[in-house]
Design a protein around this ligand. Structure first.
Ligand code: ADP
Ligand code: UDP
Length: 240
């Protein structure tokens, strides 16, 4: 069992620790919540445990059932997970199935407009710049990743979307949009990293369209913890 070493990084939602194996690290999920690039801060009780468990479950399924390589190695506790240490490609890869959030503002369409095909967007991961949206040309010209890696990221992102849309549909949840991060392992392999959770996905109840994600925190809609717990119980059924 890997032991937790020096803290490498503390982010807004997770801490990352070294281990005795230089190819592995431990991510530790926090209850801290932020929105609007850190301007709004709060705590969502139980979020760390829920996001840890959901991410690990979804990454395991993506590996086994959709053939997507991920950083997941082993769940160590309610909040801590052993993952492959990667060099993060500095892009937020956003996949959208329905108009919401910043896309609604950008194109002037109401939230809830179903898109005829998925929309893929990239943002440059830089908090100081406010994670600006960029395109393929920026990515290649700035050297954020190679053309081969970019093409592989697009292929994985769309396959992850296909898998997750049908997975969530079976448990009565519409997957509106979500954000992914990818990284490169020390042996040069591209893998899905970071997390997949109500912090990084928009989930709407298929029947009532109730929001079951971080928009409840961003928009002060109340019952934030209840929404996160609802996603957990739909995913794990009685095993929560
Ligand atoms: P942020 O940095 O946006 O505040 P988090 O609080 O989620 O985000 O911090 C987790 C950090 O760890 C992120 O910067 C993420 O890119 C990085 N990360 C995620 N998975 C890995 C991994 N397998 N190896 C190294 N870094 C990772
Ligand atoms: N997202 C994220 N982290 C970010 C920005 C976006 O996880 O830093 C997710 C967000 O939860 C949503 C999707 O990416 O599921 C699209 O977000 P959008 O661009 O609409 O962002 P908003 O401006 O609404 O945060």
């Amino acid at each position: 069992m890997a032991t937790k070493g020096r803290q490498m990084y503390e982010g807004k939602a997770k801490k990352v620790f070294e281990t005795d194996d230089p190819t592995l690290c431990i991510v530790s999920y926090k209850d801290d919540a932020t929105a609007f690039n850190g301007l709004k801060k709060g705590t969502i009780t139980g979020k760390g445990v829920i996001n840890n468990r959901l991410t690990n479950h979804l990454m395991e399924k993506l590996e086994k059932e959709a053939g997507i390589p991920t950083h997941f190695v082993q769940e160590l506790s309610d909040t801590d997970t052993l993952v492959r240490k990667v060099s993060i490609v500095p892009l937020e890869v956003i996949v959208r199935n329905t108009v919401a959030g910043s896309l609604a503002k950008r194109v002037g369409k109401p939230e809830g407009t179903v898109l005829p095909c998925p929309v893929l967007e990239f943002c440059y991961k830089d908090d100081e710049l406010g994670d600006p949206m960029v395109n393929d040309y920026h990515i290649l010209a700035m050297g954020w990743c190679s053309a081969g890696t970019l093409s592989q990221i697009k292929d994985y992102a769309l396959r992850i979307n296909d898998y997750l849309v049908s997975y969530f549909r079976q448990i009565g949840i519409d997957l509106i949009d979500f954000k992914l991060e990818f990284g490169i392992t020390n042996d040069g392999k591209l893998v899905l990293a970071d997390e997949i959770s109500p912090d990084t996905c928009r989930f709407w109840d298929s029947r009532t369209h109730e929001k079951l994600d971080k928009d409840r925190f961003r928009r002060d809609l109340g019952n934030v913890e209840g929404a996160y717990r609802e996603v957990l119980s739909r995913v794990f059924g009685d095993r929560t």
